[in-house]
Design a protein around this ligand. Structure first.
Ligand SMILES: [Zn+2]
Length: 181
């Protein structure tokens, strides 16, 4: 596994999202944010997450999609239940995953973070394949972007408390950090 000069991960499927922009300081990549997402909620395996992240979600397919199809959101990576990885935004660009957020007193976490979505919910265990791939990717990212130290890895729920709950109580931080070290 490696990261190329244009900040794309290999091997991974690359589905470029329009929902990104330049970081104020492209060299400031100093936080990793773990999320979960499923579309429709609590269903796995469809094409809908990548459709949302590329502005192509059909509002007529599901009532929930009518509420969210207009959102301009993305992440750098999605790790599916089977461990398949999709990248939407190169790591040196600002993906729109965190929204209003704050880490250790600094707001606008999108400016300086990498966002990784795990296909899942707050109430389902994540898969062995997801922990393995997340661990491998985290080890690579912390080498490639050394400002992402192990104490600068967090969850969406912790940088947007009261507003976000992912990755949720089913995400096993102890297992993740144990595998990392
Ligand atoms: Zn999130």
């Amino acid at each position: 596994m490696y990261i190329d000069a244009a900040h794309w991960l290999h091997p991974a499927e690359h589905i470029p999202s329009p929902f990104h922009n330049q970081r104020d300081d492209p060299a400031d990549i100093s936080l990793l944010v773990v999320h979960n997402i499923s579309l429709p909620p609590n269903q796995f395996g469809g094409p809908y997450i990548e459709q949302l992240f590329t502005g192509k979600l059909d509002p007529n397919v599901h009532p929930y999609f009518a509420e969210i199809h207009h959102l301009q959101v993305s992440s750098h990576l999605l790790i599916r239940r089977d461990g398949e990885v999709i990248q939407f935004v190169p790591f040196d660009k600002r993906a729109w995953h965190a929204g209003v957020s704050e880490f250790e007193g600094r707001d606008k976490c999108n400016d300086y973070s990498i966002g990784i979505e795990l296909e899942g919910t707050d109430f389902h265990q994540f898969t062995d394949e997801q922990y393995l791939k997340l661990t491998q990717i985290t080890q690579l990212l912390t080498k490639h972007y050394p400002a992402i130290t192990f104490d600068r890895i967090t969850g969406h729920q912790f940088i947007a408390p009261g507003r976000k709950t992912d990755p949720g109580v089913c995400f096993d931080w102890f297992r993740y950090f144990s595998q990392l070290k």
